[in-house]
Ligand binder design. Structure first.
Ligand code: FE2
Length: 370
């Protein structure tokens, strides 16, 4: 066991994107989030613009560069397209968490930085992750203002009409890495953050006739659950979705963020109304669900109507659905998930139906053939 870090769960996820304003509007409309904060020249921040959005405990930041001084943001977007730059973990003591993680073997990205104004202070530090991402340790407990120093109220009055989606918080964050990189990053997270391997999907566990992947799930051993599946491609007849991601993202990075809801039927109905596109499953999926004869509280007809997937796991079950990639490249997407009766898994029973759905989209993009 390495140094204890005092991890307190996920805080926010930050994207680097071509246009923060467009991404903020999209999250407000399709995800039903509220634009709470803005940072840019008007708030004394040079060369870049960020919007901070919230819904319950789901916190998203979208950032773009507005001149060449912020070349790191340009370079990220030029290479990867719009994507997740960093996800953050709340800690009580940023210095202690950072030093402890480095002692455990983590690679530093940047040292603890404290920013402050009349509303208090925020401290953050970051570790490297995958090709170009970061894990941030953050303490915002002593800040009374909007999000962080440098943020203020949105300059324009932004009033977007959107259905209430009831999204609650981050459930898990998934990375895609190259062939033979999965164990490297699994060991990195386990060692650096005192995580443990929780689920191991080996060869043959997740595959269709055409494509396959390997996946391991690591999770925190202290504090609230922090779960991070990591996928790598596995040999198949055609190009797997993980290979497509690596090709299009030009490297390893974050594939999806899963968001918890307490009422998935309401959430998916609202998101569909808001214009969100989801992966589709054939009607026959629901026949087999009925045949399995498991008692779910929800009406299977309703699940079918909204295309929601159901996976049974011991005495519990989980309901989930994946959006289509939300940007221009077939890379990042969201997952919506509801866990019932203590289900802990990730929907292994749905992988077959989902993969076939993804492969249909890959074929349309012409990226199924190697
Ligand atoms: Fe997931």
């Amino acid at each position: 066991m390495g140094e204890q870090l005092g991890l307190l769960g996920y805080d926010y996820v930050e994207f680097y994107v071509g246009s923060a304003k467009m991404w903020a509007y999209w999250h407000a409309k399709a995800m039903g989030m509220k634009i709470i904060g803005y940072s840019g020249p008007e708030t004394g921040v040079k060369g870049k613009v960020s919007y901070y959005l919230e819904q319950n405990n789901l916190r998203i930041v979208v950032t773009s560069a507005i001149n060449p001084s912020q070349y790191q943001i340009h370079q990220f977007v030029e290479r990867h397209g719009d994507g997740v730059k960093r996800w953050s973990l709340k800690v009580k003591d940023v210095r202690k968490a950072f030093d402890g993680a480095i002692k455990n073997g983590a690679i530093p990205a940047w040292e603890p930085v404290r920013t402050e104004n009349e509303n208090g202070w925020v401290e953050e530090a970051a570790l490297k992750l995958y090709d170009d991402a970061e894990i941030v340790f953050v303490n915002r407990d002593n800040y009374k203002g909007i999000f962080k120093p440098g943020y203020g109220k949105p300059i324009q009055k932004i009033d977007i009409v959107s259905e209430d989606t009831g999204l609650q918080a981050i459930d898990h964050i998934v990375g895609n890495v190259r062939t033979n990189e999965m164990d490297l990053w699994v060991n990195y997270l386990n060692k650096s953050l005192n995580f443990e391997t929780f689920i191991d999907f080996g060869p043959g566990d997740i595959s269709t006739q055409y494509s396959a992947l390997l996946s391991k799930v690591v999770r925190s051993t202290e504090g609230p659950a922090i779960k991070n599946p990591i996928n790598e491609p596995y040999e198949g007849l055609k190009k797997s979705q993980i290979e497509e991601y690596i090709d299009e993202y030009l490297g390893s990075g974050i594939q999806h963020v899963a968001v918890i809801t307490n009422d998935i039927i309401k959430t998916i109905a609202a998101m569909r109304k808001n214009g969100m596109e989801f992966l589709s499953v054939p009607d026959s999926y629901y026949d087999t669900l009925k045949e399995r004869g498991f008692e779910v509280t929800e009406d299977i007809g309703e699940l079918k109507k909204y295309g929601i997937l159901c996976d049974i796991e011991g005495k519990g079950y989980l309901l989930q659905l994946f959006t289509k990639p939300i940007g221009d490249r077939p890379t990042f997407f969201y997952e919506i998930i509801q866990r019932r009766k203590g289900a802990q898994g990730f929907g292994q029973g749905n992988f077959q139906a989902l993969f076939e759905s993804i492969e249909r989209d890959q074929a349309q993009r012409g990226s199924l053939d190697k």
